[in-house]
Write a protein that binds this ligand. Sequence first.
Ligand code: VGL
Ligand code: ZN
Length: 193
Amino acid sequence: MSKVKTALLIIDVQNDFCPGGALAVSEGDKVIPVLNRYIKEFRKARLPIVATRDWHPEKSKHFISGGGEWPSHCVSDTKGAEFHPDLNVEGATIISKGMGKDEDGYSGFDGVTGSGLPLVELLRDKGIEKLYVCGLATDYCVKATALDARKYGFRTFVLEEAIRAVNLKPSDGKNAIAEMKKAGVKFIKNLDK
Ligand code: VGL
Ligand code: ZN
């Protein structure tokens, strides 16, 4: 792994985004074995692992019931909001986002740790310069997080085998990848590249 201080940033691998969940992403669970391999490598290298979670209130403008776009999902402290049980998240720093009732919280950079520390401060405190972004969903939270990461000046890589798209429109995932590439996000298949 590279010498530049790097963090693994896992986006929203929660029950509601996996098959059977309230806002299931097709093949969302397929990212899990891939992610578990990355998690192992980061642990071995003693590099930080951060896992974001969508953590909405019961009533939110993010939901159709509140005038938004989505069926209710990832309501805080429900089964659907838990990380998928097969994801090895122990030891990861958890970032919660979308907690306000007027908030979408697509970007991990809209989120905070349990003690209220914003993601960008957590990463800067740890001296992180480079991010590997992965998880769900390509066309919403992965995209928003990767674009913000570029804005904050991080070298940003998306692990292309460890993302899946919602694809409300079939081309959304592809378009999201193009938009990220245009913003300077690199797509890689493996950590050594
Ligand atoms: C997400 C739609 C709604 C995501 C979150 O994690 O990509 N997508 N809320
Ligand atoms: Zn959401």
